[in-house]
Design a protein around this ligand. Structure first.
Ligand SMILES: [Zn+2]
Ligand SMILES: [Zn+2]
Length: 216
């Protein structure tokens, strides 16, 4: 396509005037969707090209897919800011860029103090023709054996160190935030099992409930 025309040249960076931001290969950008009711598309800039006069700037992108755009659709463990790095490449006019954004690794996303509008995370690559993910396995937690969704509060068992969703252990969100020591059903001792919900065993009050998960 345009790439093959000798008159075009590659730019190291380009300032998108209507948003006053400079983009470079490797940056992640938000792009205007064809359907304005949809959220912005997210893409990684691979290459920036212009014609010999530096105009008609085209951006070679690699698309990120949102979970609902994948063949399997959005699943319960997908975070609201989750994206999949697809194998879908494209060339777009620089005019469609609406802003810059950051696509974090899963680990760095879970360490953010605050998640801004322009913060996303990616833990899977996605094959747009087969619907396959890479990696195809991730660690699972809780009785429900689900991968971690960073939007969800979880409590950690002090016995086995597994993490649990409050709803899976008959705990309210409020209880989960305030629980001091939690032992899951399997780790509870016999006398604790007499209590209907063993988690409320008010032993000591110094453990913390973390919204994070075990790291692998
Ligand atoms: Zn669960
Ligand atoms: Zn346990």
């Amino acid at each position: 396509m345009a790439k093959a025309k000798p008159a075009r040249r590659t730019l190291d960076s380009y300032t998108v005037k209507h948003i006053s931001k400079t983009i470079r290969p490797g940056d992640c950008v938000l792009m205007r969707p064809s359907d304005s009711s949809k959220p912005s598309y997210v893409a990684r800039v691979e290459k920036i090209e212009a014609d010999s006069r530096g105009t008609n700037v085209k951006i070679h992108v690699r698309w990120y897919y949102r979970p609902e755009e994948s063949i399997g659709g959005r699943r319960q463990f997908h975070g609201s800011k989750e994206l999949f790095l697809s194998d879908h490449f494209d060339i777009q006019s620089a005019d469609t860029i609406e802003g810059k954004c950051t696509v974090h690794s899963f680990k760095s996303y879970t360490k953010l103090d605050a998640v801004g509008n322009d913060d996303f995370f990616c833990r899977f690559e996605y094959n747009s023709s087969t619907g396959a993910f890479n990696p195809d396995r991730v660690a699972v937690y809780c009785k429900c054996e689900m991968p971690y969704n960073p939007d969800d509060l979880m409590v950690q068992c002090e016995g086995c160190s597994d993490w649990f969703h409050p709803t899976c252990i008959d705990m309210t969100q409020e209880e989960a935030k305030n629980v001091d020591h939690f032992y899951c059903h399997d780790c509870s001792s016999e006398d604790q099992k007499k209590l209907p919900n063993s988690h409320v065993s008010a032993r000591n009050a110094d453990a913390k409930v973390d919204t994070k998960r075990r790291r692998r």
